[in-house]
Design a protein around this ligand. Structure first.
Ligand SMILES: *[C@@H]1O[C@H](CO)[C@@H](O)[C@H](O)[C@H]1NC(C)=O
Ligand SMILES: *[C@@H]1O[C@H](CO)[C@@H](O)[C@H](O)[C@H]1NC(C)=O
Ligand SMILES: *[C@@H]1O[C@H](CO)[C@@H](O)[C@H](O)[C@H]1NC(C)=O
Ligand SMILES: *[C@@H]1O[C@H](CO)[C@@H](O)[C@H](O)[C@H]1NC(C)=O
Ligand SMILES: *[C@@H]1O[C@H](CO)[C@@H](O)[C@H](O)[C@H]1NC(C)=O
Ligand SMILES: *[C@@H]1O[C@H](CO)[C@@H](O)[C@H](O)[C@H]1NC(C)=O
Ligand SMILES: *[C@@H]1O[C@H](CO)[C@@H](O)[C@H](O)[C@H]1NC(C)=O
Ligand SMILES: *[C@@H]1O[C@H](CO)[C@@H](O)[C@H](O)[C@H]1NC(C)=O
Ligand SMILES: *[C@@H]1O[C@H](CO)[C@@H](O)[C@H](O)[C@H]1NC(C)=O
Ligand SMILES: *[C@@H]1O[C@H](CO)[C@@H](O)[C@H](O)[C@H]1NC(C)=O
Length: 858
């Protein structure tokens, strides 16, 4: 049958080239001589060869937004190109592909060869696509002469071996398949990503990669269970990434944006399984040459460093008499320019991706010697110098983007080489000019998502323009506010920033502080109605150490500047004598604790997911999205407010200490609520925004279970062999009261992969195991003891949205939960099961940490 079909096909093509086909014609094997051009086949999407089961097809693939055509192998179900022959020489309408006994060739109308297979050892008798996606040319004895798996493009599929030395090369864009700047290379010890031969990522440093043995790698292979780097005998795994997501057809692709991702095609959708690098700022050219990349949630914020400004989409020296040299080009005789070379310093908070991946060019030299080294070599474009060790790094040939680091201990300073006759005496200090967000849209860049990404791009671009306009006016206003902060408050009334209220106004609005709606560490909250009928929440700050007016104003100006859909907005303030009031957006559904732990209607699963996501977005914005980095320090359900149809907003954020970019991340004031406190509060370790990630993880567990992490339960108990009887989901009528430390149970259930039992029993099965698994795994990653192992809030958002692969909780960094849990239950037993409600309340705050311990800490 196949032969008959191919014979028919052969006849059609050779003898009836202008035959008008009326339906899809394709076959499983093609023999020479055979010729195809896209014109003939465009009517049925170019397919002319199928794998035995039709999983893959060979087609002339047209890119919709360009007139490029590629001879490609496509995964049929997902319409994803896994290999293209002529990626550097796209075909046009008139070009043709022919199979002769000498191999495959693509020629243009003039007969010029655009692409061909190399000379083969014997005559081709057939061309086939295997079920793995491998395109093969075989001879009459069915010996393989040539196969596409030997010539990988930017994609690998399951079962496609990549030997050491082979690489994947990114495309230029989603439309233009020609070779771009990024390379994934298999070395004898690792998989590395490189940009212009400079390494920026290694598989072995990814938290999902496990090193199994120390042998030399000879092969990379992906199958249904993981990505493996195998030693030469192929039975020994050197490094592996185990897949945990649902299985399906998987591909690994080096995207044109410089990120390697593995995705699985499940239920007609691509699901991201693995990606590296995860942080966009770790991609070398994300913000262009010398562009400064600042980490903000799911985007990379690009700006130009001090002393540079954006000119025609590049960062150029502000001093226009200076120019950036190009490597060994304008000046082949570097010495002539010796006198005109100078260096623009970048400041402390910037680093370069490559510095961490190589040895310095020289050690133990001072800055001027380091710069001289660079001046003498025209391919050198910049230096980084570490003062403490005298290490000198030369940046050669091409400059990528800079990374903004908040690390105050960074003592590696960068200097950009510039040419010009008049080295600046007084470099103009111009900070953060023209910030723009580069939405590095989707992470899985596959043809089918192209349109979506385009739409997203347009949307984000519009958003950016809008935001830019807003922030400019806002900054101007704030500048005025700050400059007048020593003046009396009474004078300030600028639209757009928090409004100043008279005490009498607030007293009237709240009917003399009649309706109390909340009470927190910082004061009491009352409901009020302004004269324009707006309902507001008025917070009366009752903290003992009342701030001076100046500090209060500073705080107001910063909190008032923070606008995010998931953060409670400050609309006004009032200061009278020693009294301070904040006027806040009113949230009519109160805080999450009452909704989640209360007796009202049960929150449905999707509502919980939405709350988790909204909270994560708000925190991610606080940590990186605004000018001042803010650590909330008191993330707990009481501070997560709900409104109407489940709008989610975080409150009480600006009141914690502000961490500006210039300041260190070390935080000296002890704040927070026990039960949500990260372990590093109790040690002398530095406090970073990862303390919020920890608290968020604890809250996320409560969102899953619907009850307080440390509470009295009447359900099953842990037996000797550590099995949980009855599970958490059964509220038995047992009279044995037992204190549960839920995070420990979550860990144990995770180890047994029994997630469903962790879900709030009141959901009555309205949730699937894998949905619970997602939140529990994210939560456990957030509560890792080692702050460095916790994801950033931006990563949490990515994981919740499915844009980033789910993290794998590291048991070695979660074992502390066992100790916590034990201390917790021990304390409970001592107190006896008859503890009353008041005692229970104290357990809410992990009672084994004595308050003395806490207050005496910092
Ligand atoms: C295929 O074409 C080549 C010339 O391109 C010719 O020499 C050869 O005889 C042809 N083979 C068949 C089977 O037609
Ligand atoms: C092809 O399809 C047949 C019948 O459905 C099935 O038995 C076989 O395993 C499939 N082969 C592959 C490689 O998927
Ligand atoms: C498959 O993708 C190509 C572009 O790569 C597009 O032209 C074609 O219409 C798609 N086919 C289907 C069935 O979606
Ligand atoms: C040719 O070899 C492939 C595998 O290499 C096999 O699947 C196929 O059945 C063979 N064909 C013939 C005609 O032997
Ligand atoms: C995938 O490859 C690894 C390493 O060779 C092997 O241990 C594992 O069993 C393979 N899995 C499947 C499903 O073939
Ligand atoms: C510099 O390089 C560019 C492209 O790399 C080239 O077009 C130009 O001719 C070169 N200039 C000199 C003076 O070599
Ligand atoms: C640069 O100029 C100085 C003096 O002006 C000279 O000593 C030095 O050798 C020059 N460097 C090179 C590489 O020509
Ligand atoms: C740097 O080191 C060189 C040689 O070691 C020395 O001549 C020079 O004075 C030093 N420069 C500074 C600024 O210390
Ligand atoms: C300049 O640096 C390049 C790259 O490291 C090197 O190959 C070259 O030899 C250097 N040239 C001089 C004159 O030192
Ligand atoms: C580097 O160290 C020297 C002496 O140790 C000091 O004078 C200089 O200020 C330091 N430079 C920077 C940029 O820290």
């Amino acid at each position: 049958m196949g032969c008959l079909f191919s014979c028919f096909f052969f006849i059609c093509c050779v003898f009836l080239p202008s035959f008008a086909f009326s339906g899809p014609i394709s076959t499983h094997s093609i023999s020479p001589n055979f010729t195809v051009s896209n014109i003939q086949f465009i009517d049925y999407s170019g397919t002319f060869l199928l794998s035995p089961n039709g999983t893959f097809k060979a087609t002339i693939d047209a890119k919709p937004l360009s007139s490029y055509f590629y001879f490609s192998i496509v995964h049929t179900a997902s319409n994803t190109t896994i290999w293209s022959a002529n990626r550097n020489a796209p075909m046009s309408n008139s070009d043709k592909l022919s199979l002769t006994t000498n191999g495959l060739t693509i020629t243009n109308q003039a007969g010029k060869v655009l692409w061909s297979t190399p000379p083969l050892s014997s005559e081709v008798s057939a061309m086939q696509v295997l079920e793995t996606g491998n395109l093969m040319l075989v001879d009459a004895k069915n010996v393989t002469l040539w196969e596409s798996f030997d010539y990988p493009t930017d994609t690998i599929v399951m079962g496609q071996p990549i030997p050491v030395g082979k690489s994947l090369e990114s495309a230029v864009t989603g439309e233009d398949m020609s070779v771009g700047d990024y390379l994934l290379q298999l070395t004898d010890s690792d998989v590395v990503l490189q940009w212009n031969r400079m390494t920026y990522w290694k598989l072995s440093m990814d938290t999902k990669a496990y090193k199994n043995s120390n042998g030399a790698v000879s092969l990379m292979l992906m199958n249904g269970t993981g990505l493996y780097l195998l030693a030469s005998d192929e039975s020994k795994v050197v490094i592996q990434v185990a897949f945990t997501g649902p299985s399906g057809f998987r591909i690994g692709k080096l995207g044109f944006e410089g990120r390697f991702s593995i995705s699985s095609f499940v239920r007609n959708k691509w699901m991201l399984e693995f990606a590296g690098p995860v942080e966009k700022c770790d991609i070398p050219f994300i913000c262009g040459e010398i562009g400064l990349c600042t980490r903000i949630p799911l985007m990379a914020e690009c700006s130009c460093p001090t002393k540079f400004s954006s000119q025609t989409n590049r960062c150029m020296p502000v001093d226009s008499s200076l120019s950036l040299p190009s490597a060994c080009n304008a000046t082949s005789t570097g010495s002539q320019l010796n006198s005109s070379i100078s260096y623009l310093g970048l400041g402390q908070d910037m680093d370069y991706f490559f510095n961490d991946f190589r040895e310095p060019a020289k050690n133990d030299i001072n800055l001027s010697v380091c710069q001289d080294l660079c001046s003498q070599n025209c391919s050198c474009l910049a230096v980084f110098h570490r003062n403490s060790s005298g290490s000198c790094y030369l940046l050669e040939n091409q400059l990528g983007s800079l990374i903004s680091t908040a690390n105050s201990e960074n003592d590696r300073f960068g200097y950009i080489k510039v040419l010009g006759n008049f080295p600046p005496q007084n470099p103009i200090e111009q900070k953060g000019n023209r910030k723009h967000h580069f939405p590095i849209a989707g992470l899985v860049l596959l043809p089918s998502t192209g349109f979506l990404l385009l739409t997203a791009f347009v949307f984000l671009a519009v958003q950016w323009l809008w935001k830019n306009r807003l922030s400019k006016t806002r900054t101007a206003k704030l500048a005025r506010l700050n400059s007048s902060s020593s003046a009396e408050l009474q004078m300030i009334s600028i639209p757009g920033i928090p409004r100043r209220f008279d005490y009498e106004e607030l007293a009237a609005a709240t009917q003399n502080f009649k309706t109390q709606i909340g009470r927190g560490g910082f004061g009491t909250v009352y409901k009020g109605t302004l004269t324009d009928q707006t309902i507001v929440a008025v917070k009366k700050i009752t903290s003992s150490g009342v701030q001076g007016k100046k500090e209060f104003l500073t705080e107001i100006s910063i909190i008032g500047k923070i606008h995010h859909v998931n953060l409670v907005r400050l609309t006004g303030f009032c200061a009278r004598g020693r009294q301070r009031f904040l006027v806040l957006e009113y949230m009519n559904r109160g805080s999450l604790d009452s909704t989640l732990f209360g007796n009202g209607p049960v929150l449905q699963w999707q509502e919980r997911v939405d709350i988790a996501l909204g909270t994560a977005r708000g925190l991610a914005y606080l940590h990186g999205g605004c000018e001042h980095r803010i650590i909330h320090c008191d993330v707990k359900p009481e501070n997560i407010l709900l409104h109407g149809n489940l709008q989610v907003k975080i409150s009480d954020f600006g009141i914690s200490k502000l961490i500006s970019r210039e300041q260190s991340t070390i935080f000296t004031t002890m704040r927070g609520t026990r039960g949500y406190l990260a372990p590093e509060w109790l040690t002398s370790a530095a406090i970073s925004n990862k303390v919020d990630v920890y608290s968020y993880g604890m809250v996320l567990l409560e969102i899953v279970s619907g009850r307080n992490n440390c509470s009295l339960q009447t359900c099953g108990h842990i037996t000797e062999n550590n099995d949980i009887e009855g599970g958490l989901s059964s509220y038995s009528s047992s009279s044995e009261f037992r204190l549960y430390y839920f995070p420990l149970i979550a860990l144990e259930m995770h180890e047994r992969r029994r997630y469903l039992e962790l879900a709030d029993p009141r959901l009555e099965g309205g949730v699937a195991n894998e949905e619970v698994e997602k939140l529990v795994r994210i939560a456990l990653c957030c509560v890792h003891q080692d702050p460095a192992l916790r994801p950033t809030m931006a990563n949490v958002v990515g994981m919740l949205e499915g844009e980033l692969p789910l993290g794998e909780p590291r048991v070695e960094s979660l074992n502390f939960l066992r100790a916590y849990g034990q201390r917790f239950t021990e304390t409970a037993t001592m107190e006896g099961p008859s503890s009353n409600v008041a005692t229970i309340a104290t357990y809410n705050s992990l009672s084994y940490i004595s308050s003395q311990q806490i207050s005496g800490l910092r």
